[in-house]
Design a protein around this ligand. Structure first.
Ligand code: DGL
Length: 271
């Protein structure tokens, strides 16, 4: 399979990116489902948080990072970031029309199907919730349910410290979750890839009857489908993972083991 003169092969890696460590929650699912694949992970740590940036800025970052991963020979791209997908997936697809690309969006469809109270909460970034893509998602799948949206400024920055049980994170998370409980939500969508790391803390705050839904596993399955369609699934065991960050490689390396089983070399991304 070719795109701009590049030949994709089964042994080529899959590129995955996020503004920071959030995409590691998706990487976990990909690694579990597709152990043979080699993965190149980019954290745009020098420009985090995306959630409070303009769409134009995020589109520019998306194109720069997609260009980097394409240049590294990635046979497919996963935007492991709801905010980046909302702002930039269309532009990346336009630039690389033959490249298998998986984006992600808050799990509105499964949540609307699962709710019994008819009230669904969405925790996501300001950028995701303000996007046209999210509005279209609600129009399409949530006309029969009440959706309470809650932007969560500041949460991503706290998750990036790697301390997922600090008093500060507990306090901020409660401030965002309490209104959803007060409205009677029985299903909460984790609409940012950083938030699945807060599941243990969330479980301490909310009743067991409330479902938490995220899309990491569905993204891994979609990647598997796309690779299979193009006959690009890796067949030999031993997939490896390499990391780049536009932030501090040392900071990234320090928090990596707490969020993701595999360590490895972290390189600086000069973009
Ligand atoms: N992890 C990203 C997402 O899924 C966004 C985090 C950020 O604001 O940078 O939306």
């Amino acid at each position: 399979m070719t795109d701009a003169g590049l030949i994709y092969s089964r042994t080529a890696p899959v590129g995955v990116f996020d503004s920071g460590v959030g995409g590691l929650s998706v990487l976990t699912e990909i690694r579990q489902l597709l152990p043979n694949e080699s993965l190149l992970y980019v954290a745009d740590g020098g420009h985090i948080p995306y959630g409070e940036k303009t769409p134009a800025f995020i589109i520019e970052r998306c194109l720069a990072i997609a260009g980097f991963l394409h240049g590294q020979g990635a046979k497919a791209l996963v935007l492991a970031c709801n905010t980046a997908t909302a702002a930039g997936v269309v532009q990346i697809r336009q630039r690389y029309p033959d490249w298998p690309i998986v984006g992600m969006e808050p799990a509105v469809k499964p949540a609307a199907a699962a709710t019994r109270s008819g009230v669904v909460g969405v925790l996501a970034t300001t950028g995701t919730l303000q996007s046209a893509k999210f509005a279209a998602l609600l129009d399409r799948f949530a006309s029969d349910v009440c959706v309470i949206t809650q932007p969560c400024p500041g949460l991503v920055e706290l998750i990036e410290t790697g301390d997922l049980a600090s008093p500060a994170i507990r306090e901020l998370l409660w401030r965002y979750v309490e209104p959803l409980l007060a409205e009677g939500c029985d299903t909460i969508i984790l609409g940012c890839t950083h938030y699945p790391f807060l599941k243990p803390l969330l479980r301490q705050m909310i009743p067991d009857s409330i479902s938490l839904i995220d899309t990491g596993a569905a993204v891994a399955r979609q990647l598997q489908r796309l690779l299979a369609q193009s006959d690009l699934l890796a067949t030999e065991p031993g997939g490896e993972t390499s990391y780049w960050t536009s932030g501090s490689p040392n900071d990234f390396k320090k928090i990596l083991p707490g969020l993701w089983q595999s360590s490895g070399s972290v390189r600086s991304l000069g973009l």
